[in-house]
Design a protein around this ligand. Structure first.
Ligand code: NAP
Length: 296
């Protein structure tokens, strides 16, 4: 009988990261009198964005990080958003700036993200940060939170990355591409699959590590998984489930029940990658504040 995969507990690993950050935040205050600060910028009234920002602010409070929240209306102009981001860039109390996406259509996301100073780009989305990630020997100022969370899950679950065959399903700017670059950095041999890839199941069958990030419920079938592989499921998809009170359920991109019969380790959805994103944001904010400490 096949043994079931070990569950990678994202909640527990994220709690460890958050406890480490809390310690670092307290030490920075005690040794250098620096209060770590994160600014959050929310434009409009998208309920999901409100929820994400409030979760991030709550996590900041728990870690001892001061958060400075700025709310602009759904009709805010590009100049208003840009002006705010520039002010925050010049504010010494603010070590990291988080602009919650998506922005309303009249505001150009690219222009706004480019205005976040590199030293405060705790989301890690600035092209120079992604560029540094792609270059050998360049340490980016910050690594994007969700992809970095995936790498931490691999490392802290004891998965050998160096020399492993890794398949990344998805090539988005925020997950697929940066996680692929980080896996290369960790000496994995990486294949990226996307919507034009012809033989995705066969490629996944060779993967010691699979990172699935396409946003399609249960796309990856159990028999695509290599025996003993580590599976990190980034996907968050809402499907109908009449057995639930809400009538809905959150599932990943991988058919979890079938995949766990073959994988060695696997993340659940929810409770896998999700909690890591906020933990890595806090870690980046601490890193940003530490850069302000005079050396020597
Ligand atoms: P995205 O920007 O929509 O990108 C999706 C990617 O999947 C694209 O590269 C697309 O390929 C590829 N794709 C779509 N259909 C495919 C198919 N049939 N076969 C192979 N590749 C296919 O999505 P994203 O922002 O990266 O997010 C992906 C998923 O992760 C979503 O479910 C999202 O909710 C979730 N997510 C979770 C977290 C978290 O847990 N904290 C954070 C971010 C995202 P092309 O490039 O060829 O179009």
């Amino acid at each position: 009988m096949a043994t079931l995969a070990t569950l990678i507990d994202g909640k527990a690993i994220a709690a460890d990261v958050r406890a480490e950050v809390k310690k670092g935040v307290a030490a920075l205050k005690a040794e250098h009198g620096i209060t770590v600060g994160l600014a959050t910028v929310l434009v409009g009234d998208d309920p999901a964005s409100h929820k994400y920002v409030s979760m991030k602010r709550k996590a900041c409070a728990e870690a001892g990080i001061e958060s400075f929240h700025h709310q602009l209306g759904a009709d805010a102009t590009q100049d208003q958003v840009l002006g705010l981001v520039r002010d925050l860039g010049a504010d010494d109390r603010v070590h990291g700036i988080l602009v919650q996406l998506p922005l309303p259509k009249q505001v150009d996301e690219k222009t706004v993200l480019d205005a976040v100073p590199l030293s405060k780009d705790v989301d890690g989305f600035h092209p120079l940060n992604i560029g540094a990630l792609a270059m050998k020997g360049r340490d980016p100022e910050f690594r994007p939170c969700t992809p970095h969370g995936c790498i931490e899950l691999l490392k802290r679950s004891g998965t050998e990355i160096s020399g492993a065959n890794a398949v990344v399903l998805g090539r988005s700017n925020i997950v697929g591409m940066p996680v692929a670059l980080m896996l290369v950095e960790q000496n994995a041999t990486v294949t990226i699959c996307h919507s034009r890839t012809k033989n995705t199941p066969d490629l996944i069958r060779e993967a010691d590590i699979l990172i699935a990030a396409i946003g399609r419920a249960h796309f990856v079938k159990g028999d695509w998984i290599k025996q003993g592989a580590t599976v990190i499921d980034v996907g968050t998809n809402v499907i109908d489930d009449p057995s639930r009170k809400s009538g809905k359920r959150l599932v990943g991109d991988v058919d979890f029940d079938a995949a766990k019969e073959r994988a060695g380790k696997i993340t659940p959805v929810p409770g896998g990658v999700g909690p890591m994103t906020i933990a890595m944001l806090l870690q980046n904010t601490l890193r940003a504040a530490k850069k302000g400490v005079p050396s020597g």
